[in-house]
Design a protein. Structure first.
Length: 117
């Protein structure tokens, strides 16, 4: 069964940077569009960014120009470079397979990102 394990979160001051990683097991990674989603306390999970198997990317307006999604198919790993972090970026970040623009799962445990103002 495919699994996704997110890492790289932490506490950072506003304006700082973090790099998240998502390690995928199984055969789901290289052929699929992968995405990052996040869920802040009391809010619904929301789309952050996605990358196709060919490397095309798409971003939520709220992170465009600050976040960069990338992937290493040889390592079955997805990345999210987050720069110029804002307080409102505070959330648990998850990676998952994306199909037709919707998160398909599976879901990992997520990684907490906390930005202090």
């Amino acid at each position: 069964q495919a699994q996704l394990v997110e890492s790289g979160g932490g506490l950072v001051q506003g304006g700082g940077s973090l790099r998240l990683s998502c390690a995928a097991s199984g055969s789901i990674f290289s052929i699929n569009t992968m995405g990052w989603y996040r869920q802040a306390p009391g809010k619904q999970r929301e789309f952050v960014a996605l990358i196709t198997s060919g490397g095309s990317t798409n971003y939520a307006d709220s992170v465009k120009g600050r976040f960069t999604i990338s992937r290493d198919n040889a390592k079955n790993t997805l990345y999210l470079q987050m720069n110029s972090l804002k307080y409102e970026d505070t959330a648990v970040y998850y990676c998952t397979v994306v199909k037709a623009g919707f998160p398909l799962g599976p879901w990992g445990q997520g990684t907490q990102v906390t930005v202090s103002s």
